[in-house]
Ligand binder design. Structure first.
Ligand code: ADP
Ligand code: MG
Length: 704
């Protein structure tokens, strides 16, 4: 057995395969790196006389009696009763619906019982506790020790995961270290093999702390190493020097119908300074929805184009591509260097006021290849199409982060110079986090909204005011406006996406969902309005079509999950109604709100929650107060911790590292360690294992 051994090759793991797959685990490595999310301390074995109610505890004793019967009221339910005693007393135990227990747990056997006893009729009682027979060796996995609790899935509990990990530890030779000795020593970390054993089967709290520290440190160290090497590698490449001058910019901005905000101007300065250098720009422009990132990027694009370079502007969807194309034509109608649009369905070129715009894909790609077309807006189809640019100077990517490296590589396979690179995102990430996570990028922030921006009235709506809210919505639609309704889930599922329950086991019942809300709104509440539905289970084409209909005003109310695109601009939409608001992150709520208030009409954000806890209301109210998304993101980060705030899908970083990202000392140590390694050998040739490890890390953070 090695770390690469498929779990399918382990006979005793076979029956768990579908569940393991559901957790995304397919190799021994995956399973060993499926780290506990928390622990329960059953390490102290209590004498029965010392048990206290509501305290996690293990007792060890002899089974005095055990039997199973059907419940009196409900014949389908079974109840197993047992009495266990030690020399100090005895305690009663109840298990529901586990009739098979009596096959293994027999009278006179020695057993550990671990759980939280409760008082019933003045007597202590264990209900559904963990249990474990004491075998001849006397060692236990599930009781009488600190017990790890894992992210679980239906049918594979922490107990099952512990069982599988024990099998692996029994067979697998010691896992070889991947970090250089010096790194371990400098940070006083346990070696990998020790850390793996301790994180899964700790003997003491100290074991846990040390092991967690190691894994967290490793992630941050690799991240820093990745970022450092990325920066060094780019610094060694040549880029075109695009000498955009202040007066170039001034001439362009003078023709805009508004003045740039100070933040926009600063960001633009950052960009023009960078692209005027012979080293590639690698910049990340962050700013709230509506803060005017597009115009900043567009100005940089037009200015670069007038210096003869090509610019490609890539966005995730064709609707966004069309939107940006329109924006450019609106603000730069006088530009004659060619603005092109390329999506799966559309090919257009605009060469100035009196030109026609419709074209064929062939003409468009020819114009890109011979350099007559300077600005090309498109979806990622641009990459797949294998287009050769004649003089690509700048790549701009909107509404996504991280993937830039691959995209730049894909677009520049031919050229001898590396184009400059600008990515933009409205996801508000606190500065403390983004400096580390995106440490390979330089960051520009737009921290203010344009002055003419009208604030969106934001309210947490009491459940008994729901009817009034519906009447208000109806009035708005009568006046010609449009409405978003956002729900946390797609279907009233059988806990489908709640299958991966975290150990806190929140209740998932009665979560508002798109399908039911859509049904309810179209049948009973607004039978005469046009109601659309949008969620992640629709195909890309279906989603596109619905968004198009909404953008064109053919849908009055769009019921949707959180998939509505971040950048989407529907100025006519004036109400953002959010159901189950407590289930969204603050930063996410803030972004939803940013989708209204984009036009001339007064807009509203209505937050609905069935939760009555003051904490929820305080939290939701802070969305109304926040000055910008970054501020809110900081707050959200403090309230919920980085794991909840930014899913690992967005950063490629596991929770354990996200938590460590809040510790500046730790980050500094990781950076120093990475710098020391790079200083010694930036090719990592003398650290072959580390090099391999870094490759795996890079693949993950780039989402490959
Ligand atoms: P983002 O992409 O950052 O979400 P947009 O670039 O779509 O924001 O800008 C939102 C709206 O504000 C657009 O209609 C844009 O034309 C307008 N806008 C941008 N900058 C300014 C400004 N400085 N003053 C007034 N309006 C602006
Ligand atoms: Mg945008």
């Amino acid at each position: 057995m090695t770390l690469e051994t498929p779990l399918a090759d382990i006979p005793r793991a076979k029956r768990f395969l579908p569940k393991l797959e559901k957790l995304g685990l397919s190799t021994v490595r995956d399973l060993l790196w499926h780290l506990p999310s928390r622990y329960i301390d059953f390490s102290h074995i209590y004498q029965i006389k010392d048990l206290k109610p509501e305290v996690e505890a293990t007792v060890r004793g002899i089974i005095q009696s055990i039997n199973t019967r059907h419940a009196w009221r409900n014949r389908r339910m079974t109840i197993t009763n047992a009495v266990v005693s030690d020399e100090t007393g005895s305690i009663e135990i109840v298990w529901f619906n586990q009739p098979y227990l009596t096959q293994t747990l027999k009278q006179d056997k020695e057993i550990n019982i671990a759980g939280t006893a409760t008082l019933r009729n003045n007597k202590l009682l264990f209900t559904n506790p963990a249990y474990e027979l004491i075998t001849s060796g006397g060692t236990t996995k599930h009781t009488g020790r600190i017990v790890p609790i894992y992210p679980e899935t239906k049918g594979l509990t922490s107990k099952g995961i512990r069982y599988l990990i024990q099998i692996i530890f029994d067979t697998l030779p010691p896992v070889a270290e991947t970090l250089p000795e010096t790194v371990l020593e400098a940070a006083s970390l346990p070696d990998l093999n020790t850390a793996l054993h301790r994180i899964h089967f700790p003997k003491t709290q100290k074991d846990i702390t040390a092991a967690r520290k190691r894994f967290a440190f490793e992630e941050l160290f690799l991240l820093q190493l990745h970022n450092l090497l990325q920066r060094m590698q780019l610094a060694s490449q040549q880029s075109p020097i695009i000498s955009v001058t202040a007066s170039d910019i001034h001439n362009l901005t003078a023709r805009l119908p508004f003045n740039l905000t100070a933040s926009q101007q600063e960001a633009l300065n950052d960009i023009t300074r960078d692209i005027g250098r012979s080293q590639p720009m690698n910049r990340f422009l962050q700013g709230d929805v509506g803060s005017g990132k597009t115009i900043v990027a567009a100005l940089a694009a037009i200015a670069s184009a007038t210096h003869g370079y090509q610019i490609t502007f890539m966005v995730p969807t064709s609707i966004l591509a069309q939107q940006h194309y329109k924006t450019l034509l609106k603000f730069f109608s006088y530009f004659e260097g060619g603005i092109g649009l390329l999506t799966h369905t559309d090919a257009r070129i605009y060469y100035g006021e009196n030109s026609t715009t419709n074209t064929t894909k062939k003409e468009l790609t020819d114009a890109i290849e011979n350099g007559t077309l300077k600005i090309i807006i498109g979806t990622h189809a641009l990459i797949q199409k294998n287009i050769t640019f004649s003089n690509l100077g700048l790549i701009i990517i909107d509404e996504q982060h991280r993937f830039g490296v691959n995209q730049r590589a894909a677009l520049t396979k031919s050229g001898s110079t590396t184009p400059h690179f600008l990515s933009m995102s409205a996801t508000p990430i606190p500065r403390t986090l983004s400096l580390t996570i995106f440490g390979d990028l330089d960051i520009s922030l737009i921290t203010e909204l344009p002055k003419n921006h009208k604030p969106v009235t934001t309210k947490v709506v009491d459940p008994n005011k729901r009817q009034a809210a519906y009447i208000f919505i109806k009035q708005q639609v009568r006046d010609g406006r449009q409405v978003f309704v956002v729900c946390p889930r797609i279907t009233a599922s059988e806990h489908s996406d709640a299958d991966i329950l975290d150990a806190r086991k929140r209740t998932w019942l009665e979560v508002r969902n798109v399908e039911e809300e859509h049904e309810k709104l179209s049948r009973t509440i607004f039978p005469d309005l046009r109601i659309g539905m949008l969620h992640g289970k629709l195909s890309a084409e279906e989603k596109n079509e619905i968004m198009k209909q909404f953008t064109q005003g053919n849908i009055d109310i769009l019921v949707s999950t959180s998939v509505i695109e971040v950048g989407i601009d529907v100025p006519n939409a004036t109400i953002m109604m959010i159901e189950g608001a407590e289930r969204f992150g603050l930063a996410q709520l803030y972004q939803f709100r940013g989708r209204v208030g984009r036009g001339e009409h007064k807009s509203y954000c209505l937050l609905f929650t069935d939760s009555h806890t003051p904490a929820t209301h305080t939290r939701l109210a802070s969305v109304a107060r926040a000055k910008n998304g970054f501020e809110l993101a900081e707050e959200d980060l403090k309230l919920r911790g980085p794991g909840e705030f930014l899913g690992s899908s967005q950063t490629g970083m596991p929770d354990i590292a996200m938590q460590a990202l809040q510790n500046p000392e730790f980050i500094k140590d990781a950076r120093n360690a990475a710098q020391a390694i790079v200083h010694k050998d930036r090719t990592l040739t003398i650290y072959p294992k580390l090099k391999k490890r870094l490759e795996r890390f890079t693949q993950r953070v780039h989402g490959e």
